[in-house]
Design a protein around this ligand. Structure first.
Ligand SMILES: [Zn+2]
Length: 282
């Protein structure tokens, strides 16, 4: 039988960790972070992986899911990406049963093309994109905080804009070429229209409808890698960062980088929710 699972394709800092945590609220989904990244890490240093803290509260070496994966990967080391997924998903089905979907939020969209060539695997892709205005402000602040970069912030903003356009385009192109089942999701609608976003995801995955809560950690989750994991760990309720609305960092990129506003509408507001900033969720 083909192994169906959820694959979140997104850029770093676009909410994939949050989505991974939120989807775990659904009884038919469990977030496991990034499968490919973890499996590669296990190949390099299984002891180091075993010592990590899993989001379930256990050490990875004692986690009810990842411990089994570690044992399996040690006994039969996977040789390529398809085998890495096979091990992770076989163990997943054994531990959680065949009717629960693994949510893989790895952000490594290079893997998409390889996954599609394997008839045994059945990834259902959620293409998660964040409004470029919000993404730019967040990246500029992050870079300024990390190290005292001498470059003017407008360069940082332009760099972030070009990267946003290039990387999201790569995901969109990969999805078009592979023809994988895919649903677009905006980070903004996820935060500000959580119930509607969740309903779309359930509909796309053909699973029972579910009413999510705004409690980030209410779901079942076993993950320990992810760019914004640490930041998310301190966040307990879904909230939106409105910083970009009072900032001008994104103005110039919006004017000089061709296609930004059009692509923003196409990728982030594909579900026609660009009025979300005008009204509050009921
Ligand atoms: Zn765990």
């Amino acid at each position: 039988m083909r192994k169906k699972f959820v694959y979140v394709a997104s850029l770093p800092h676009s909410g994939s960790t949050l989505l991974n945590l939120l989807l775990g609220q659904h009884p038919e989904m469990i977030g496991v972070g990034g499968i490919d990244a973890v499996m590669r890490w296990i190949e390099r240093d299984p002891d180091e992986v075993a010592a990590q803290a899993c989001s379930c509260g256990e050490q990875v070496g004692r986690c009810l899911y990842w411990k089994e994966v570690l044992d399996e990967a040690r006994a039969h080391p996977p040789q390529n990406i398809v085998e890495r997924y096979r091990v992770a998903l076989d163990v997943f089905a054994r531990v959680f049963g065949p009717n629960v979907l693994a949510v893989d939020a790895g952000q490594i969209h290079e893997t998409l093309a390889e996954l599609v060539s394997e008839p045994e695997l059945d990834p259902h892709v959620l293409f998660l994109a964040r409004d470029f205005r919000s993404a730019i402000v967040s990246i500029v602040d992050l870079k300024l905080r990390k190290k005292a970069l001498r470059r003017p912030r407008i360069f940082l903003a332009l760099e972030a804009a070009l990267r946003w356009r290039r990387e999201n385009r790569r995901i969109a192109d990969a999805l078009r070429k592979t023809g994988l089942p895919c649903r677009q999701l905006g980070y903004e609608e996820l935060c500000l229209r959580l119930r509607a976003s969740f309903a779309r995801v359930c509909d796309f995955l053909e699973i029972a409808p579910f009413e999510p809560t705004r409690e980030v950690h209410a779901g079942c989750n076993h993950s320990f890698v992810g760019n914004d994991m640490r930041k998310q760990a301190s966040q307990t309720r879904v909230s939106y960062d409105y910083r970009w609305m009072t900032r001008s960092d994104w103005w110039l990129p919006a004017l000089v980088v061709p296609g930004m506003l059009r692509l923003n509408r196409a990728w982030v507001y594909a579900n026609g929710e660009d009025e979300i900033f005008r009204t509050r969720e009921a």
